[in-house]
Design a binder for this molecule. Structure first.
Ligand code: F6P
Length: 362
Protein backbone atom coordinates (compact mmCIF):
# COMPACT_ATOMS: atom_id res chain seq x y z
CA UNK A 1 0.00 0.00 0.00
CA UNK A 2 2.11 2.88 -1.30
CA UNK A 3 -0.28 5.75 -1.96
CA UNK A 4 -3.42 6.48 0.01
CA UNK A 5 -5.88 9.27 -0.74
CA UNK A 6 -8.33 10.75 1.74
CA UNK A 7 -11.19 13.20 1.31
CA UNK A 8 -14.08 14.59 3.35
CA UNK A 9 -17.49 15.17 1.72
CA UNK A 10 -20.93 16.53 2.65
CA UNK A 11 -21.68 18.64 5.70
CA UNK A 12 -18.80 18.85 8.15
CA UNK A 13 -18.93 17.16 11.56
CA UNK A 14 -16.69 17.43 14.60
CA UNK A 15 -14.11 14.64 14.45
CA UNK A 16 -13.26 14.81 10.73
CA UNK A 17 -9.76 16.05 11.51
CA UNK A 18 -9.27 13.31 14.07
CA UNK A 19 -10.07 10.70 11.38
CA UNK A 20 -7.66 12.33 8.91
CA UNK A 21 -4.92 12.38 11.56
CA UNK A 22 -5.46 8.71 12.46
CA UNK A 23 -5.43 7.65 8.78
CA UNK A 24 -2.17 9.53 8.20
CA UNK A 25 -0.42 8.26 11.31
CA UNK A 26 -1.51 4.63 10.82
CA UNK A 27 -0.64 4.62 7.11
CA UNK A 28 2.82 6.04 7.80
CA UNK A 29 3.60 4.10 10.98
CA UNK A 30 2.22 0.71 10.08
CA UNK A 31 2.58 0.61 6.29
CA UNK A 32 5.15 3.23 5.31
CA UNK A 33 2.63 4.72 2.87
CA UNK A 34 2.44 8.19 1.37
CA UNK A 35 -0.86 9.94 2.10
CA UNK A 36 -2.57 12.62 0.02
CA UNK A 37 -5.60 14.69 0.91
CA UNK A 38 -8.03 15.98 -1.72
CA UNK A 39 -9.66 19.34 -1.10
CA UNK A 40 -13.40 19.97 -1.02
CA UNK A 41 -14.52 16.39 -1.50
CA UNK A 42 -14.44 14.89 -4.99
CA UNK A 43 -13.81 18.36 -6.44
CA UNK A 44 -10.20 17.87 -5.32
CA UNK A 45 -9.61 15.56 -8.28
CA UNK A 46 -10.57 18.17 -10.85
CA UNK A 47 -7.77 20.57 -10.07
CA UNK A 48 -4.04 20.05 -9.53
CA UNK A 49 -4.24 22.38 -6.53
CA UNK A 50 -6.79 19.95 -5.09
CA UNK A 51 -4.11 17.56 -3.84
CA UNK A 52 -2.16 18.15 -0.63
CA UNK A 53 0.49 16.00 0.94
CA UNK A 54 -0.46 14.75 4.40
CA UNK A 55 2.20 13.81 6.91
CA UNK A 56 3.05 14.18 10.59
CA UNK A 57 3.74 17.88 10.08
CA UNK A 58 0.43 18.68 8.37
CA UNK A 59 -1.73 16.82 10.88
CA UNK A 60 -0.02 18.19 13.97
CA UNK A 61 -2.48 19.82 16.39
CA UNK A 62 -5.65 18.96 14.45
CA UNK A 63 -7.09 16.32 16.82
CA UNK A 64 -9.23 18.79 18.83
CA UNK A 65 -10.13 21.00 15.87
CA UNK A 66 -13.67 21.08 14.48
CA UNK A 67 -14.36 21.24 10.72
CA UNK A 68 -12.00 19.64 8.24
CA UNK A 69 -8.55 20.80 7.17
CA UNK A 70 -9.36 19.42 3.71
CA UNK A 71 -12.52 21.43 3.18
CA UNK A 72 -15.73 19.81 2.03
CA UNK A 73 -18.59 20.32 -0.41
CA UNK A 74 -22.17 19.20 -0.34
CA UNK A 75 -22.82 19.89 -3.99
CA UNK A 76 -19.80 18.03 -5.35
CA UNK A 77 -21.68 14.95 -6.51
CA UNK A 78 -19.83 13.71 -9.62
CA UNK A 79 -23.03 12.00 -10.78
CA UNK A 80 -25.02 15.29 -10.80
CA UNK A 81 -22.73 18.25 -11.05
CA UNK A 82 -23.38 21.84 -12.03
CA UNK A 83 -21.09 22.63 -14.95
CA UNK A 84 -20.90 25.51 -17.39
CA UNK A 85 -21.55 24.59 -21.02
CA UNK A 86 -21.67 27.37 -23.64
CA UNK A 87 -22.23 30.01 -21.00
CA UNK A 88 -25.06 28.08 -19.35
CA UNK A 89 -25.11 26.14 -16.07
CA UNK A 90 -26.34 22.60 -16.65
CA UNK A 91 -26.33 19.46 -14.51
CA UNK A 92 -24.18 16.64 -15.84
CA UNK A 93 -22.84 13.26 -14.80
CA UNK A 94 -19.07 13.77 -14.69
CA UNK A 95 -18.34 10.59 -12.75
CA UNK A 96 -16.28 9.04 -15.56
CA UNK A 97 -14.09 12.15 -15.61
CA UNK A 98 -13.63 11.97 -11.83
CA UNK A 99 -12.98 8.21 -11.89
CA UNK A 100 -10.34 8.76 -14.60
CA UNK A 101 -8.76 11.60 -12.56
CA UNK A 102 -8.65 9.32 -9.51
CA UNK A 103 -7.00 6.58 -11.59
CA UNK A 104 -4.35 9.06 -12.78
CA UNK A 105 -3.46 9.65 -9.11
CA UNK A 106 -2.46 5.95 -8.96
CA UNK A 107 -3.92 5.55 -5.48
CA UNK A 108 -3.88 2.14 -3.86
CA UNK A 109 -6.85 3.22 -1.73
CA UNK A 110 -9.17 6.21 -1.46
CA UNK A 111 -10.61 6.78 2.01
CA UNK A 112 -13.91 8.62 1.72
CA UNK A 113 -15.16 10.19 4.96
CA UNK A 114 -18.79 11.20 4.67
CA UNK A 115 -22.46 10.72 5.39
CA UNK A 116 -24.92 8.68 3.35
CA UNK A 117 -24.71 10.96 0.28
CA UNK A 118 -20.91 10.94 0.08
CA UNK A 119 -20.69 7.24 0.91
CA UNK A 120 -23.17 6.46 -1.88
CA UNK A 121 -20.97 8.36 -4.32
CA UNK A 122 -18.06 6.31 -2.93
CA UNK A 123 -19.99 3.09 -3.59
CA UNK A 124 -20.81 4.12 -7.16
CA UNK A 125 -17.17 5.06 -7.82
CA UNK A 126 -16.11 1.71 -6.33
CA UNK A 127 -18.40 0.07 -8.87
CA UNK A 128 -16.43 1.98 -11.53
CA UNK A 129 -13.20 0.47 -10.22
CA UNK A 130 -12.04 3.04 -7.64
CA UNK A 131 -10.56 1.36 -4.51
CA UNK A 132 -12.87 3.10 -2.01
CA UNK A 133 -12.97 2.62 1.76
CA UNK A 134 -15.77 4.45 3.63
CA UNK A 135 -15.79 6.13 7.04
CA UNK A 136 -19.26 7.09 8.35
CA UNK A 137 -19.64 10.67 9.51
CA UNK A 138 -22.61 12.83 10.41
CA UNK A 139 -24.07 14.67 13.35
CA UNK A 140 -27.45 13.19 12.33
CA UNK A 141 -26.36 9.61 13.20
CA UNK A 142 -28.47 8.33 10.29
CA UNK A 143 -25.98 6.07 8.46
CA UNK A 144 -27.00 2.41 8.47
CA UNK A 145 -24.70 -0.46 9.41
CA UNK A 146 -23.07 1.33 12.34
CA UNK A 147 -24.26 1.99 15.86
CA UNK A 148 -23.03 5.53 15.80
CA UNK A 149 -21.31 8.04 13.56
CA UNK A 150 -18.69 10.42 14.90
CA UNK A 151 -19.95 14.00 15.22
CA UNK A 152 -23.22 12.90 16.80
CA UNK A 153 -21.96 13.02 20.38
CA UNK A 154 -20.60 16.55 19.98
CA UNK A 155 -23.87 17.76 18.43
CA UNK A 156 -25.74 16.12 21.28
CA UNK A 157 -23.64 17.95 23.84
CA UNK A 158 -24.30 21.26 22.13
CA UNK A 159 -28.03 20.59 21.84
CA UNK A 160 -28.31 19.46 25.47
CA UNK A 161 -26.48 22.54 26.69
CA UNK A 162 -28.92 24.67 24.68
CA UNK A 163 -31.90 22.94 26.32
CA UNK A 164 -30.34 23.46 29.76
CA UNK A 165 -29.95 27.15 29.03
CA UNK A 166 -33.48 27.49 27.70
CA UNK A 167 -34.79 25.82 30.86
CA UNK A 168 -33.60 28.54 33.20
CA UNK A 169 -34.95 31.41 31.12
CA UNK A 170 -38.22 29.56 30.37
CA UNK A 171 -38.83 29.00 34.04
CA UNK A 172 -38.04 32.59 34.98
CA UNK A 173 -40.41 34.05 32.39
CA UNK A 174 -43.12 31.35 32.55
CA UNK A 175 -42.72 30.77 28.85
CA UNK A 176 -42.87 27.98 26.35
CA UNK A 177 -39.51 27.57 24.64
CA UNK A 178 -39.40 25.75 21.31
CA UNK A 179 -35.98 24.61 20.10
CA UNK A 180 -35.43 23.46 16.51
CA UNK A 181 -32.64 20.92 16.11
CA UNK A 182 -30.94 19.39 13.07
CA UNK A 183 -31.07 15.77 11.98
CA UNK A 184 -32.76 15.81 8.59
CA UNK A 185 -35.10 12.76 8.43
CA UNK A 186 -33.75 11.19 11.63
CA UNK A 187 -34.77 12.34 15.09
CA UNK A 188 -31.72 11.18 17.06
CA UNK A 189 -30.41 14.63 18.01
CA UNK A 190 -33.81 15.86 19.24
CA UNK A 191 -34.64 12.58 21.00
CA UNK A 192 -31.34 12.12 22.80
CA UNK A 193 -30.79 15.77 23.74
CA UNK A 194 -34.47 16.14 24.61
CA UNK A 195 -34.26 13.28 27.09
CA UNK A 196 -30.85 14.40 28.38
CA UNK A 197 -32.11 17.97 28.82
CA UNK A 198 -35.49 17.06 30.30
CA UNK A 199 -37.67 18.42 27.48
CA UNK A 200 -41.42 18.08 28.01
CA UNK A 201 -42.28 17.47 24.37
CA UNK A 202 -40.02 15.94 21.70
CA UNK A 203 -41.09 16.02 18.06
CA UNK A 204 -39.21 13.76 15.65
CA UNK A 205 -39.73 12.84 11.98
CA UNK A 206 -40.39 9.18 12.83
CA UNK A 207 -43.46 10.05 14.96
CA UNK A 208 -45.85 12.45 13.21
CA UNK A 209 -47.47 14.77 15.76
CA UNK A 210 -50.82 16.46 16.46
CA UNK A 211 -50.79 20.12 17.40
CA UNK A 212 -53.64 19.63 19.86
CA UNK A 213 -51.68 16.89 21.69
CA UNK A 214 -48.76 19.27 22.29
CA UNK A 215 -51.20 21.92 23.47
CA UNK A 216 -52.78 19.46 25.87
CA UNK A 217 -49.38 18.60 27.34
CA UNK A 218 -48.40 22.25 28.01
CA UNK A 219 -51.87 23.02 29.39
CA UNK A 220 -51.63 20.06 31.78
CA UNK A 221 -48.30 21.37 32.99
CA UNK A 222 -49.89 24.75 33.73
CA UNK A 223 -52.76 23.03 35.61
CA UNK A 224 -50.21 21.23 37.76
CA UNK A 225 -48.41 24.47 38.55
CA UNK A 226 -45.56 24.28 36.03
CA UNK A 227 -45.86 27.48 34.07
CA UNK A 228 -43.20 26.76 31.48
CA UNK A 229 -42.48 24.06 28.92
CA UNK A 230 -39.57 23.00 26.75
CA UNK A 231 -40.30 21.60 23.29
CA UNK A 232 -37.42 19.99 21.33
CA UNK A 233 -38.32 19.81 17.65
CA UNK A 234 -36.36 17.98 15.01
CA UNK A 235 -36.18 20.00 11.77
CA UNK A 236 -37.71 17.05 9.92
CA UNK A 237 -40.72 16.61 12.22
CA UNK A 238 -44.14 16.88 10.66
CA UNK A 239 -47.78 16.97 11.70
CA UNK A 240 -49.88 13.84 11.13
CA UNK A 241 -51.85 15.63 8.43
CA UNK A 242 -48.98 17.80 7.19
CA UNK A 243 -45.66 17.74 5.38
CA UNK A 244 -42.09 18.51 6.43
CA UNK A 245 -41.36 22.22 6.33
CA UNK A 246 -38.87 22.97 3.57
CA UNK A 247 -36.89 26.21 3.68
CA UNK A 248 -35.50 25.69 0.18
CA UNK A 249 -36.59 23.10 -2.36
CA UNK A 250 -34.07 20.52 -3.52
CA UNK A 251 -33.00 19.50 -7.02
CA UNK A 252 -30.58 17.01 -8.58
CA UNK A 253 -27.65 18.82 -6.95
CA UNK A 254 -29.02 19.95 -3.59
CA UNK A 255 -31.08 18.02 -1.10
CA UNK A 256 -34.09 20.00 0.18
CA UNK A 257 -33.14 22.34 3.05
CA UNK A 258 -35.38 21.67 6.05
CA UNK A 259 -36.33 24.39 8.50
CA UNK A 260 -39.27 26.28 9.91
CA UNK A 261 -41.30 23.67 11.79
CA UNK A 262 -40.43 25.13 15.22
CA UNK A 263 -41.83 28.50 14.15
CA UNK A 264 -45.16 26.86 13.23
CA UNK A 265 -45.29 24.95 16.52
CA UNK A 266 -44.41 28.11 18.46
CA UNK A 267 -47.07 30.22 16.73
CA UNK A 268 -49.73 27.59 17.35
CA UNK A 269 -48.87 27.20 21.03
CA UNK A 270 -48.77 30.94 21.69
CA UNK A 271 -52.12 31.44 20.01
CA UNK A 272 -53.97 28.55 21.65
CA UNK A 273 -52.28 28.26 25.05
CA UNK A 274 -52.13 31.97 25.73
CA UNK A 275 -48.63 31.41 27.13
CA UNK A 276 -45.79 33.55 25.90
CA UNK A 277 -43.70 31.46 23.51
CA UNK A 278 -40.26 31.89 22.00
CA UNK A 279 -38.56 29.92 19.25
CA UNK A 280 -34.83 29.19 18.94
CA UNK A 281 -33.20 27.57 15.92
CA UNK A 282 -29.85 26.13 16.98
CA UNK A 283 -28.65 25.61 13.41
CA UNK A 284 -25.02 25.10 12.47
CA UNK A 285 -23.77 25.62 16.00
CA UNK A 286 -24.53 21.89 16.28
CA UNK A 287 -21.94 21.12 13.61
CA UNK A 288 -19.20 23.39 14.87
CA UNK A 289 -16.58 23.37 17.57
CA UNK A 290 -14.19 20.93 19.08
CA UNK A 291 -15.18 17.23 19.10
CA UNK A 292 -16.02 15.64 22.46
CA UNK A 293 -13.62 13.01 23.85
CA UNK A 294 -16.05 10.31 22.68
CA UNK A 295 -15.99 11.65 19.11
CA UNK A 296 -12.19 12.00 19.13
CA UNK A 297 -11.92 8.44 20.36
CA UNK A 298 -14.39 7.04 17.82
CA UNK A 299 -12.91 9.10 14.96
CA UNK A 300 -9.41 7.91 15.79
CA UNK A 301 -10.55 4.29 15.91
CA UNK A 302 -12.38 4.71 12.57
CA UNK A 303 -9.37 6.38 10.91
CA UNK A 304 -6.90 3.73 12.05
CA UNK A 305 -9.33 0.94 11.10
CA UNK A 306 -9.85 2.49 7.63
CA UNK A 307 -6.10 2.45 6.99
CA UNK A 308 -5.89 -1.19 8.13
CA UNK A 309 -8.88 -2.09 5.93
CA UNK A 310 -7.19 -0.41 2.96
CA UNK A 311 -4.03 -2.45 3.58
CA UNK A 312 -6.15 -5.63 3.57
CA UNK A 313 -7.75 -4.60 0.27
CA UNK A 314 -11.25 -4.35 1.77
CA UNK A 315 -12.52 -2.01 -0.93
CA UNK A 316 -16.21 -1.17 -1.25
CA UNK A 317 -16.49 -1.49 2.53
CA UNK A 318 -17.04 0.94 5.39
CA UNK A 319 -15.68 0.88 8.93
CA UNK A 320 -18.45 0.61 11.49
CA UNK A 321 -19.10 0.29 15.21
CA UNK A 322 -21.08 -2.85 16.04
CA UNK A 323 -21.58 -4.15 19.56
CA UNK A 324 -18.98 -1.65 20.71
CA UNK A 325 -16.30 -3.08 18.40
CA UNK A 326 -14.91 -1.38 15.30
CA UNK A 327 -15.39 -3.70 12.33
CA UNK A 328 -16.40 -3.24 8.70
CA UNK A 329 -19.42 -3.81 6.50
CA UNK A 330 -20.01 -3.54 2.74
CA UNK A 331 -21.03 -0.05 1.65
CA UNK A 332 -23.96 -1.55 -0.24
CA UNK A 333 -25.30 -3.18 2.94
CA UNK A 334 -24.67 -0.09 5.07
CA UNK A 335 -26.54 2.14 2.65
CA UNK A 336 -29.41 -0.25 1.90
CA UNK A 337 -31.52 1.01 4.80
CA UNK A 338 -30.98 4.47 6.34
CA UNK A 339 -30.93 4.47 10.13
CA UNK A 340 -33.93 6.00 11.87
CA UNK A 341 -35.19 6.17 15.43
CA UNK A 342 -36.88 2.89 16.35
CA UNK A 343 -40.27 4.11 17.46
CA UNK A 344 -40.77 0.92 19.46
CA UNK A 345 -37.23 0.88 20.88
CA UNK A 346 -36.10 1.50 24.43
CA UNK A 347 -35.08 5.14 23.84
CA UNK A 348 -38.60 6.21 22.84
CA UNK A 349 -40.08 3.95 25.51
CA UNK A 350 -37.83 5.51 28.16
CA UNK A 351 -38.81 9.00 27.10
CA UNK A 352 -42.51 8.09 27.35
CA UNK A 353 -41.92 6.42 30.73
CA UNK A 354 -40.51 9.63 32.16
CA UNK A 355 -43.47 11.63 30.89
CA UNK A 356 -42.21 13.06 27.59
CA UNK A 357 -44.91 13.65 25.01
CA UNK A 358 -44.16 12.95 21.34
CA UNK A 359 -47.32 14.85 20.46
CA UNK A 360 -48.90 11.72 18.98
CA UNK A 361 -51.58 10.95 21.51
CA UNK A 362 -54.07 13.00 23.48
O1 F6P B 1 -26.55 16.31 7.61
C1 F6P B 1 -26.06 17.24 8.51
C2 F6P B 1 -26.91 18.48 8.50
O2 F6P B 1 -26.37 19.38 9.45
C3 F6P B 1 -28.39 18.24 8.75
O3 F6P B 1 -28.70 17.99 10.10
C4 F6P B 1 -28.98 19.50 8.19
O4 F6P B 1 -30.29 19.29 7.74
C5 F6P B 1 -28.09 19.79 7.03
O5 F6P B 1 -26.87 19.11 7.25
C6 F6P B 1 -27.80 21.25 6.79
O6 F6P B 1 -27.07 21.36 5.64
P1 F6P B 1 -26.41 22.72 5.13
O7 F6P B 1 -25.18 22.96 5.95
O8 F6P B 1 -26.11 22.47 3.72
O9 F6P B 1 -27.42 23.81 5.36
Amino acid sequence: MKRIGVLTGGGDAPGLNAVIRAVVKTAINSYGSEVFGYRDGFDGFLDVAGRVSLNYETVRGILPRGGTILGTANRGNPFAREVERNGEIVIEDVSDEIAAAIRREALDALIVIGGDGTLRIGLELFEKGVPVIGVPKTIDNDVGGTEVTFGFDTALNTATEAIDKLHTTAESHHRIMVLELMGRDAGFIALHSGVAGGADVILIPEIPFRYDAILQKVNKRVESGRHFSIIAVSEGAKAIDGEQVIARAGNAVYVPRLGGIAQLVGQYLEEYSGQETRVTVLGHIQRGGSPTPFDRWLATRYGAAAARLAAKGGFGRMVALRNGVVTDISLADALAVPKRVDVHGDAVRTARDVGVSFGDTL
